[in-house]
Design a protein around this ligand. Structure first.
Ligand SMILES: [Mn+2]
Length: 353
């Protein structure tokens, strides 16, 4: 359970209402719930529908399940817990809706302290348990990609190729996809978030595949650009430039580096080649229970990398109307560098045609 990551500085407790954050801290999922976190004991309030699973899930843990008859009684129960534990200052997630906040403020009589980006910061640094979960789904997703290479053929549509890799991700053991797979072939490659279309993949196309599964709540994120048949020197040059940029980004992943600076180093490299206007997004982002989370490796991000953060490095070049290349790995920051979770190589894979 990730509850143990929390420290109590200006508050004596936390109240968590969002589905995802409750799930993140406890590992338990319910559509309705209120989680009250206190130093040595926490309470998970949920309704009848979850009674059986909730009781057995938290058995023998520091979390006490509190089952109520209907969701409407949730805050009444929360107030009882606040009173009986003499809680005075509760941290709360300020990303909740105005409607939820109004209700919370009305029904719970305690000082509410917004946590700002504290939960996101806590989430950004992974425990060894979380790292192994990410390693596992990254290995599954990498293997799924390698398997798909054996099936990929000229004449397939983007949708067919998408279906193949999605199928392999599930077949290798993922619970679900972490996000909608991107397949961008030929001229579609210049759209960095292209949606797979009916376009038939032709001889001489570069095809960008951005994919990842989810397992045990944790996401994988990988991008590879592959070639179908013989490609031009210009295409190969673009590929090698992006690969060089990606390796440069990786080489700068270590504790103490500022996220915006790592982005800047890669942006400068593209600038030196006169290509920076074709690098239209950030260098990378954190990965965890969400596929995009803190920290962002973007120009204005002043967060310092620390050991056990998990981030992507994914430079790309997008030539409008012509082609695109993106290469992405998800890595963990280690004591003196990084650990790459992708297990599929980055040499240009060429599908025989
Ligand atoms: Mn990504």
């Amino acid at each position: 359970m990730n509850i143990s990551k929390l420290v109590f500085e200006n508050v004596d407790s936390y109240i968590v209402t969002s589905e995802q954050t409750r799930n993140y801290f406890t590992g338990f999922h319910s559509t309705f719930g209120i989680l009250i976190i206190i130093r040595d004991k926490s309470f998970y309030i949920t309704d009848n529908r979850y009674a059986e699973v909730c009781n057995s899930f938290f058995e023998g843990t520091s979390v006490e399940p509190v089952i109520i008859a209907k969701a409407g009684d949730g805050y009444v129960k929360a107030q009882e817990i606040i009173d009986s534990n003499n809680l005075k200052k509760m941290g709360f997630e300020d990303t909740m809706s105005v409607r939820d906040f109004t209700e919370l403020k009305e029904l719970v009589k305690v000082e509410l302290v917004p946590v700002g980006k504290y939960f996101e910061a806590v989430r950004s640094v992974k425990t060894s348990e979380e790292l192994e979960k990410i390693a596992k789904i990254m290995a599954i997703s990498s293997e799924a990609f390698l398997k798909t290479l054996q099936i990929a053929r000229v004449g397939m549509t983007e949708k067919e190729l998408c279906a193949e890799i999605n199928y392999q991700i599930y077949k290798m053991g993922a619970d679900s996809l972490a996000f909608e797979t991107i397949i961008a072939s030929g001229a579609n490659g210049s759209k960095c978030h292209a949606v797979p279309s009916d376009r038939v993949i032709e001889k001489g196309d570069l095809v960008t595949m951005d994919f990842g599964g989810r397992l045990d709540g944790y996401c994988a994120d990988i991008t590879r650009t592959i070639a179908f048949g013989k490609i031009s020197q210009e295409q190969e040059k673009l590929y090698n430039t992006v690969l060089e940029a990606q390796e440069l980004g990786l080489a700068n992943i270590k504790p103490g580096m500022i996220c915006g600076e790592v982005d800047g180093i890669v942006r400068e490299f593209f600038k030196s080649k006169g290509l920076d206007q074709y690098f239209v997004h950030s260098l990378g982002h954190g990965v965890g229970v969400e596929v995009h989370e803190e920290p962002r490796l973007s120009p204005n991000c002043d967060i310092k990398l620390v050991e056990n953060m998990v981030v992507t490095i994914e430079p790309g070049l997008y030539m409008p109307g012509a082609m695109g290349v993106r290469i992405e790995d998800t890595v963990a920051v280690t004591k003196d560098g990084y650990r790459n979770f992708s297990t599929c190589s980055k040499e240009l894979h060429i599908i025989k045609a």
